[in-house]
Design a protein around this ligand. Structure first.
Ligand code: GAR
Length: 316
């Protein structure tokens, strides 16, 4: 299994970073930590990460413009080969450039049940409000502070006599469990059958006169009142495979594709020689290429009249 590469940003203690790091030691953890960086060279978490053999980077932000400092961190993350960023107690506002550069690739953990209590002092604010539960949230980072889609939350009961510190200590236990689980699910979401089906659906239904139906238990896409041009096979007969089935464009294409890459391409049972199975569950999918294949398959089955209209439209 190819592991997703994660860079973690901290400002101090780094206990959430440690939780991510220890979880990553399991063979079946889908991510690995490639860098721990801090905006304070003395952040205790850096020493912990270094002792675990993880690359670290620490530099103070003092005296630097926000965007300038973020560019330094960004360069370190990219040099380390990070695909994702996990903010773990990184107490800095981020520049819009930095956020945009990691759009949909950066997560944060926050000690409240978002959207409640964004910002600081979350534990005391929950106690003062008389809430029965506080908790923690992991969310995708967007330009707004502690905003962005929430991916996971854990409620933690507030006990009579709780202080901000006693509550924070219990929430921290929940944080340590929530973060690695949520990060693991996030980096593998593009391998989940539902995510893959939705992606194919988006492309297939963008083709002229396309409609979705269900056939032999498989979602499939065809031209309305016409022929089918794409199927999505999900664990068909318990084979554990998620794949796209499309029509080939030349007589021997099925055999040559399978010969070229037998890990990706296969002959779909009962479909004959004119269809090709393309595995979607192997990790890296080239969606531009897959969209081209879906479009080519659509062209194979489209009535001549519709094709002619499309070609004329495309000329303009
Ligand atoms: C954690 O409780 C984290 O949720 C919080 O800072 C603490 C860092 O502890 N983050 C925020 O408040 C972000 N808005 P740690 O350094 O031991 O992980």
């Amino acid at each position: 299994m190819q592991k997703a590469k994660v860079g973690v940003l901290i400002s101090g203690r780094g206990s959430n970073m440690a939780a991510l790091l220890y979880a990553a030691k399991a063979d079946d953890c889908p991510y690995e930590i490639v860098l721990v960086a801090a905006n304070d060279p003395d952040a205790p978490g850096l020493a912990l990460a270094a002792a675990e053999g993880i690359a670290t980077f620490g530099q103070s932000h003092k005296g630097m413009k926000r965007a300038e400092f973020d560019a330094v961190i960004d360069a370190q993350l990219r040099a380390a080969g990070a695909d994702y960023v996990a903010l773990a107690g990184y107490m800095r506002l981020l520049s819009p450039e930095f956020v945009a550069g990691w759009e949909n690739r950066m997560l944060n953990i926050h000690p409240s049940l978002l959207p409640r209590y964004k910002g600081l002092d979350t534990h005391q604010r929950a106690i003062d409000a008389g809430d029965a539960f506080a908790g923690c949230s992991v969310h995708i980072v967007t330009a707004e502070l502690d905003d962005g889609p929430v991916l996971g939350q854990t409620p933690v009961a507030i006990l009579p006599g709780d202080t901000a510190d006693s509550l924070a200590a219990r929430i921290l236990i929940a944080e340590h469990q929530l973060y690695s689980r949520t990060l693991a699910a996030f980096v593998t979401r593009e391998r989940q059958p539902d995510w893959l089906l939705n992606k194919v659906r988006e492309i297939a239904l963008a083709q002229p006169q396309a409609e979705e139906t269900l056939s032999h238990g498989m979602p499939c896409f065809g031209i309305a009142k016409g022929k089918k041009f794409a199927w999505v096979s999900r664990d068909h007969h318990g084979d554990g495979i998620t794949a796209l089935l499309v029509k080939t464009t030349a007589p021997d294409e099925q055999a040559s594709l399978i010969e070229m890459d037998p890990d990706i391409y296969y002959r779909p049972a009962y479909f004959g020689d004119e269809w090709i199975g393309i595995r979607l569950d192997r990790g890296e999918n080239d969606w531009d290429h897959l969209a081209t294949r879906i479009r080519a398959s659509w062209r194979q089955v489209a009535p001549k009249k519709l094709l002619g209209l499309m070609d004329i439209a495309e000329e303009f």
